[in-house]
Design a protein around this ligand. Structure first.
Ligand code: GLU
Length: 297
């Protein structure tokens, strides 16, 4: 039910909260989770929980239990079964292979150090929202070179060829609908800048998939119609929208919310133990007080 004075969206929305189980949830996660839950509820829709556990080194089963415990304590209810990304690795691999076959993804053999050195040697390295873009070194390898290096067992990631994606769209303009606010107050119809993030990683060399690829496949697979998340992921939405278009997936609407910050203005992170939900609970705070804190900043 919409709260008095609020307009309920015309159609029922499916939202999701998608934490990574690499630590305990903190106050910022409470804001993300309650935003997703409330927007689903206000529209008479569905609220899903997805565990983003593709990183087998950093993610731990006890943190998954911690997520369930913390969210239940907050009074949130989500649909079952909960989707674990670690159960979908075959689907991610298949989608990546399809992109590679179409010439929209390529193997990248560069190490971090090589990329940094190449960028440092450039007079004016192109910048993306999160720093310098990948300089495209491996984009120019021939098919023969790629095959030879892969056959030799050289470790590699897979990258999106953003320009090839743009060409594949044949001039079709992309956009997404922002129902919240981006970091610069963006709202409403957002034209997508397909090249802004450059050739992002689709398949990490360690786990074979990346956040961007898994997220767009799963939002589609789960029928998510409204993606709610922190404004730090606003730039990622541009690249995810491009991926949706080349993969032929549905485009959800987006609702980015502000981030909670600590006293020095840094966004809350898993290192902020005193703002973990388990810690606040141990200090005797009631769920309603924690939700008020999260929503009030
Ligand atoms: N798993 C991501 C995180 O914990 C959220 C991804 C998303 O909402 O798209 O930051």
């Amino acid at each position: 039910m919409a709260a008095p004075g609020q307009h309920s969206p015309a159609t029922a929305q499916t939202t999701r909260f998608a934490p990574s189980p690499s630590g305990r949830l903190h106050l910022g996660h409470a804001l993300a989770a309650v935003t997703a839950a409330r927007l689903a509820e206000a529209s008479g829709g569905r609220f899903l929980l997805r565990i983003e556990d593709i990183d087998s080194v950093r993610c731990r089963p006890e943190f998954i239990d911690g997520i369930f415990e913390d969210l239940a304590w907050l009074g949130l209810r989500w649909e079952l079964p909960v989707l674990l990304q670690s159960t979908r690795l075959a689907q991610y691999r298949e989608a990546l292979a399809g992109l590679a076959e179409r010439g929209l993804a390529y193997p990248c053999f560069c190490t971090r150090a090589e990329i940094a050195a190449e960028i440092a040697a450039m007079p004016a390295a192109p910048q993306g929202p999160e720093g310098p873009l990948y300089p495209g070194t491996c984009r120019d390898l021939s098919a023969g070179q790629r095959q030879q290096r892969r056959a030799a067992g050289e470790p590699h990631a897979w990258r999106l060829d953003a320009s090839a994606c743009l060409a594949a769209l044949g001039g079709r303009e992309l956009w997404f609908e922002e129902t919240g606010r981006g970091p610069a107050g963006e709202s409403g119809h957002q034209p997508v800048a397909p090249l802004a993030c450059g050739d992002i990683v689709l398949g990490r060399r360690d786990v074979g998939v990346s956040y961007h690829l898994a997220v767009v496949l799963d939002d589609h697979f789960q029928g998510v119609t409204l993606v709610t998340r922190g404004e730090d992921l606003f730039a990622a939405t541009h690249v995810q929208r491009l991926l949706q278009a080349v993969l032929g997936l549905d485009a959800p609407r987006y609702h980015h919310h502000r981030l909670l910050r600590d006293a020095s203005g840094r966004r809350l992170a898993k290192r902020d133990h005193d703002l973990q939900l388990a810690e606040l609970r141990a200090r005797g705070l009631a769920p309603a007080a924690v939700l008020a804190l999260a929503q009030g900043g």
